[in-house]
Design a protein around this ligand. Structure first.
Ligand code: ZN
Length: 186
């Protein structure tokens, strides 16, 4: 018997011992309950995801979109913009659709919706008042702020909210700059 065969044999016995111990454990009432609950939790997670997914699709469908423009990785070297579009109300956007790597359940709904509707309207044509943010993160922050301001006042106009968003983002930018200045000077 070669060394590898011996190792294989030992590993086989080792694995069998572990699985025997596991089956013994699985006969205990506590462990049975644990396994049952784990399975239920997994099912509940998946049902929850399905609900989030379909309610997101409904939201995209019923939203009166407020489309803005933002940049995805401005190429300083080439001086080239890579424009993307998104809605500040429901979050539907072309960034998630074009960058197929981050898959939360909301991302999946976004991409599925974009695939289904072909969304010709989600392009430069419908950008509200030339609203522009220079990064994807600023778009996300603007969306967050839109929800915040809208939840505080349902009657205020979109135009007003956009101004408030701009002010807030500028203030945050200033704050960050001052912080960097302090760090640099210490
Ligand atoms: Zn929308």
């Amino acid at each position: 018997m070669g060394i590898k065969d011996k190792d294989l044999n030992q590993m086989k016995i080792y694995r069998k011992n572990i699985s025997l111990k596991l089956s013994d454990l699985e006969k205990k009432e506590d462990v049975k309950a644990y396994l049952r609950l784990t399975k239920m939790l997994k099912e509940a997670d998946s049902a929850y995801d399905n609900l989030v997914y379909s309610s997101k699709l409904d939201e995209y469908d019923s939203c009166e979109h407020l489309i803005v423009l933002f940049d995805d990785d401005y190429d300083w070297y080439e001086g080239r913009h890579n424009y993307k579009y998104g809605c500040l109300k429901c979050g539907l956007n072309t960034y998630t659709f074009d960058n197929n790597y981050n898959f939360s359940i909301v991302d999946k709904a976004n991409n599925e919706y974009m695939r289904r509707c072909h969304c010709e309207w989600l392009d430069g044509t419908y950008v509200y008042n030339n609203t522009y943010y220079d990064t994807y993160n600023k778009f996300l922050r603007a969306k967050e702020l839109y929800s915040l301001f809208r939840s505080k006042d349902t009657l205020i106009s979109d135009e007003m909210i956009l101004k408030m968003i701009e002010e807030t983002i500028n203030k945050e930018k200033e704050k960050l700059k001052n912080k960097e200045y302090v760090v640099y000077n210490n």
